[in-house]
Design a protein around this ligand. Structure first.
Ligand code: CA
Length: 238
């Protein structure tokens, strides 16, 4: 799928020229001539990047930029500025994904900037996806599989390796019952046979370490004769 680059520019010659060049490069390039139109287009179809003129007829480009990034923090914005002093303002913006280019600009340079911003954004997304894959969030628990850490409301809980494996296994199927046999197989030994009493002992230790008192509703629900379920939301204390 081609990237969606929204052009926000009230000057017809510059706006149409930009859109033409972007489309020729293979991007989808809708064009807004006012800030209001830009907001409407962004809401209807979030772009991958915005090329924005700082001087818009109905709203200051900076305000629009800040508003768009508040809603979509990862949205790269390249500002088109006419004057050097405007450039200073843009540089002073505390936005990681904001770039600027002064008019008159060379089209090739602008396209190179667009391309670079889109590549960086794609990279950020890939890294973000990888982190999401190795971290399981279940209610107030965050289980970092890569680092072997469990955070409870942001505070690390010291767990033994077996306890960690147990909570991680339950978290993989949060909200569903994991049978005793599956837990013994996956957490202890694939050839486990005999008593599964050790499972209950470890679970009780785990609950204590998660700050749960005996008799209180637990994040981990025991289903008699079947197994355990890690609740997506911690039950309210009675
Ligand atoms: Ca303008």
């Amino acid at each position: 799928m081609s990237a969606l680059v929204l052009v926000v520019e009230d000057d017809p010659a510059i706006g149409s020229g930009l859109c033409r060049a972007l489309r020729a490069t293979g991007y989808d390039a809708p064009w807004a001539q006012t800030a209001a139109e830009a907001r409407r287009l962004v809401a209807a179809d979030p772009p991958d990047l915005v090329l924005m003129d700082l001087g818009l007829p109905d709203e200051d480009g900076l305000d629009l930029c800040i508003a768009l990034q508040r809603e979509q923090p990862d949205l790269p914005v390249i500002m088109l500025t006419a004057r050097a002093e405007e450039m200073d303002i843009v540089v002073g913006l505390d936005g990681g994904a904001v770039d600027y280019i002064t008019k008159p600009f060379r089209l090739a340079e602008l396209l190179a900037r667009v391309h670079a911003q889109l590549r960086q954004r794609e990279h950020r997304h890939r890294v973000g996806d990888a982190a999401a894959l190795t971290t399981l969030q279940v209610g107030d628990l965050e289980i970092d599989l890569g680092a072997h850490r469990v955070l409870l409301c942001g505070t690390e809980v010291a767990l033994r390796p077996r306890e960690f494996d147990l909570i991680a296994r339950l978290a993989r199927d949060a909200g569903q019952v994991v049978t005793r046999e599956t837990l013994m197989h996956d957490v202890w030994d694939e050839h486990w046979w005999g008593s599964t009493k050790t499972l209950d002992v470890h679970l009780n230790a785990l609950r204590r370490k998660l700050g749960e008192q005996p008799g209180e509703p637990s994040r981990v629900t025991a289903i008699r004769g079947v197994g355990y379920r890690l609740e997506r939301v911690r039950p309210e204390p009675r």
